[in-house]
Write a protein that binds this ligand. Sequence first.
Ligand code: BDR
Ligand code: CA
Length: 315
Amino acid sequence: MTDRPIIIDCDPGVDDAIALMLALGSPVLTIQAITTVAGNVPLSLTQRNARQICELMGRFDVPVYGGCPRPLVRALVTAEAVHGHTGLNGITLPEPTLPLQRQHGVSYLIEALQQAPAPVTLATLGPLTNVAAAIIQCPQILDAVAEIVIMGGAVTRGNITPVAEFNLYVDPHAARVVFESGVPMTMLSLDVTHQVLTTPERLGQIRAIGTPLSQVAADLLTPYGASDRQQLGLMGAPLHDPCVIAYLLQPELFTTYDAQVTVETDSPLTLGQTVVNPQRAAALAHPVQVADTVNAPGIYQLLQDCLATTPAAAP
Ligand code: BDR
Ligand code: CA
């Protein structure tokens, strides 16, 4: 899995930023490009934040594209209460010199997949607007997708409504397009990411690594998740998006089961809910692989190894 080219679609976002650090610091993942989308904060900030993280990691070779500035149908809902007004609450990075690519992120996705010599893995960390728009414009690109690994959805309970997870809620129509596309897909829902919490002990271990990168990660993760703790009663902040990168690096950290996943797009009460039905899996050519459990210490070990060994271009 790790030698496949990967395109990361994201909306940084504190946990997106940690995921990008994990991905960009990995010597075994081939990150072909980053596309950005509106989500946690508006697109003008998510694309800038992605470029700042690339520079922090010394990855001037990874092109960053700006995609859709709003969901397909609904008005944009953002999450400054979780990620701060810049999207990277807790740190201030220099204005990036890495340019934003001129090409639109959706047109890049289409072109990259049309020209791909080998199947590409899509790692999605935000609302699925860019991927859905690319599929709508050019469905043939699905032939070039090896797998989509999605942070999104909720099996038992949501975080922005009682039943919906943020990424799915922000653009449920896009999510529906992607989940109905029939490509091999792995879903890392809140049921898994809520098992990967930043305890004070884990934060202390990250800070104690003592590298410039570990300080940035600790500064990001310290204020992050206060609202999740208050509103959802979690004991720490969930590392949602890093689970996608961890899955690409070490899928054995997760257990999964197959299911049909349907996205609610009509009911105002349950908009963006993922209805997960394992009983229907056998009837489908490509059921969704739904993650079930995760080895949380294993995820933190991956992150700590990355922060300890990546020579950062520190701010
Ligand atoms: C998801 O929503 C965003 O706030 C996070 O970055 C993550 O992708 C969790 O619901
Ligand atoms: Ca995200």
